[in-house]
Design a protein around this ligand. Structure first.
Ligand code: NAD
Length: 501
């Protein structure tokens, strides 16, 4: 494809997919080949303002649109996503690198939130207390806020945008989305399908860019709430800047998830689960398992774990039977390689080294093979930093209590898991562990949308999580009404009293 044939990613403003007027464009690269798939614009401040203004205008009518009308749009939307699942997964794999089944899973987890949005009326119902005083009732209204915005990361370019705009829109808000500039194409296809499903013009807008676009969102006086998912560094900045500007902010951020493995666990199941969660999606999941703690005799499982990790097939995501695809960018590849080098230099035992892997036919891809360190200590940078690559750090402990102490001393609180056949040990773990999402014999405990994503501590800023019940409160303002109604004779009595005064 010559440069002039490379497609451009459009902005979505006021119901139209439009070409940006910007003079800053960046390539969207296929991480397995470095082929330029599209050019993405970094929207101008004027374009960002147009998107917000159109959302503000659309809010005037959308906020009063009946619940059933909103719901039917999301019923139609979920159908369109299902019908286009294969195409969505292919776009996602090409720009993000994950395997086709993983890409379909990414879309599917977002689809579940869309289904949830179609039933939002049940959750947005309010409270009513009869006769709080004589003839007085009190009730609440959960009213939409206005223009809300979302900023999303590269690693789930379908699921995470779908965590945000369907929930915000279904509750009566309008939305401005800024997807990751590294893989915006599947997000844009989802935006097209949303418009086809009947989302009115101005209700969903999409702008593109990086730091400047994010700052413009945090500063814009018409935006009432900002939902962010991404790294801890950027999320902390977004939370502070948006909050100082009087906005609600919800930031789901970085992680370093640990699994604790007790010697009574089902060995076969546990090792398979660990290998999938540590190395699948090339370790680029916020709920991946980059750390395991082998407790007591489970230490003896290490050799077998290494052997299983060696069997994983590293290849481009679109190739069949691929287990581990490429990292998102050459910069990510460089960083992961550097951290592996630091781990080795710090004295961790490198039992499997994926740095020099070659993938025939994809020599330019950002590949790192499964990498496994034993003898890791909690001061090493491979432990303290979120590597976001297929690198597993193995620690050991003599008891469950010691393992729990290690997990709780880590500042992150996104996810954790325990593998055991003991109900008492599992209960002890769920009770004492200070992490928001806990798996019991499940490596990646991401809640379905009946619940909310509930990372905690350094992995999250803001009180309320995305999707589930929490998000209804995030995207609405509670208004409490205390009301008394007079009978007709009381009204005339009152009028007489007033006229006599
Ligand atoms: P990132 O923080 O680099 O980017 C996220 C968003 O912020 C993108 O839209 C990007 O354009 C924007 N951005 C980047 N740099 C910026 C800057 N300096 N100022 C303002 N905005 C900026 O994150 P990423 O690399 O795309 O995603 C990976 C990270 O996301 C990991 O840390 C992962 O753990 C985290 N994540 C967390 C969750 C969760 O639910 N907790 C889910 C998925 C990903």
């Amino acid at each position: 494809m010559s440069q002039s044939q490379v497609p451009t990613v459009k902005l979505l403003i006021n119901g139209e997919f439009v070409e940006s007027n910007t003079d800053r464009w960046e390539p969207v690269l296929n991480p397995a080949t470095q082929e330029t798939l599209a050019m993405i614009p970094f929207a101008t401040q004027e374009e960002i303002d147009q998107a917000v203004q159109s959302a503000q205008e659309a809010f005037k009518t959308w906020r009063k649109t009946p619940i059933g009308v909103r719901s039917r749009i999301f019923l139609k939307y979920q159908q369109l996503i299902r019908e286009n699942m294969d195409e969505l997964a292919e776009i996602l794999t090409a720009e993000q690198g994950k395997t086709l089944p993983d890409a379909a899973g990414d879309v599917f987890r977002g689809l579940e939130v869309v289904e949830h949005a179609a039933a939002i009326g049940n959750l947005q119902m309010s409270e009513f207390a009869n006769n709080v005083a004589s003839d007085v009732d009190t009730y609440t209204l959960y009213q939409p806020l206005g223009v809300c915005a979302g900023i999303t990361p590269f690693n789930f370019p379908a699921m995470i945008p779908l965590w945000m705009f369907p929930m915000a829109i279904a509750t009566g808000n309008t939305f401005v989305l800024k997807p990751s500039e590294q893989d915006p194409m599947v997000t844009m296809r989802l935006a097209e399908l949303a418009m086809k499903a009947g989302v009115p013009k101005g209700v969903l807008n999409v702008i593109h860019g990086g730091e400047e676009a994010v700052n413009a969102i945090c500063d814009h006086p018409l935006i009432k709430a900002v939902s962010f998912v991404g790294s801890t560094k950027v999320g902390t900045h977004v939370y502070n800047r948006a909050s100082l500007n009087g906005k609600r902010a919800q930031c789901m951020m970085g992680a370093k998830n640990h699994a604790v493995i007790l010697p009574d666990a089902n060995k076969e199941q546990t090792l398979n689960n660990i290998v999938g969660a540590a190395f699948g999606a090339a370790g680029q999941r916020c709920m991946a398992l980059p750390v395991i703690i082998l407790v007591g005799d489970a230490r003896d499982w290490l050799d077998e774990l290494v052997e299983r990790a060696k069997t994983l097939k590293v290849n481009a995501g679109k190739e069949p039977d691929t287990d581990v695809g490429p990292l998102i960018s050459p910069q990510a590849l460089e960083r992961v390689r550097r951290l592996i080098g630091e781990g080795e230099a710090a004295g961790a035992k490198l039992l499997l080294d994926g740095r020099d892997i070659k993938v025939p036919g994809y020599e330019k891809g950002n590949f790192v093979g499964p990498t496994l360190f034993a003898d890791v200590t909690t001061e090493m940078s491979i432990y303290t930093e979120e590597i976001f690559g297929p690198v597993l750090c193995v620690l050991t402990a003599d008891s469950l209590e010691e393992a729990i102490d290690i997990v709780n001393a880590n500042p992150n609180g996104n996810g954790t898991a325990i593998f055991t056949q003991s109900g008492a040990a599992a209960r002890r773990f769920q009770e004492d562990i200070d992490v928001g999402q806990v798996g019991i014999n499940l490596p990646i405990p991401v809640p379905v949308p009946l619940f909310s994503f509930s990372g905690s501590r350094a992995s999250k800023l803001g009180d309320l999580g995305p999707y589930g019940k929490d998000v209804i409160r995030f995207y609405t303002q509670t208004k409490t009404v205390t009301a008394r109604w007079f009978e007709d004779d009381q009204v005339s009595e009152m009028n007489t009293t007033i006229s006599l005064k």
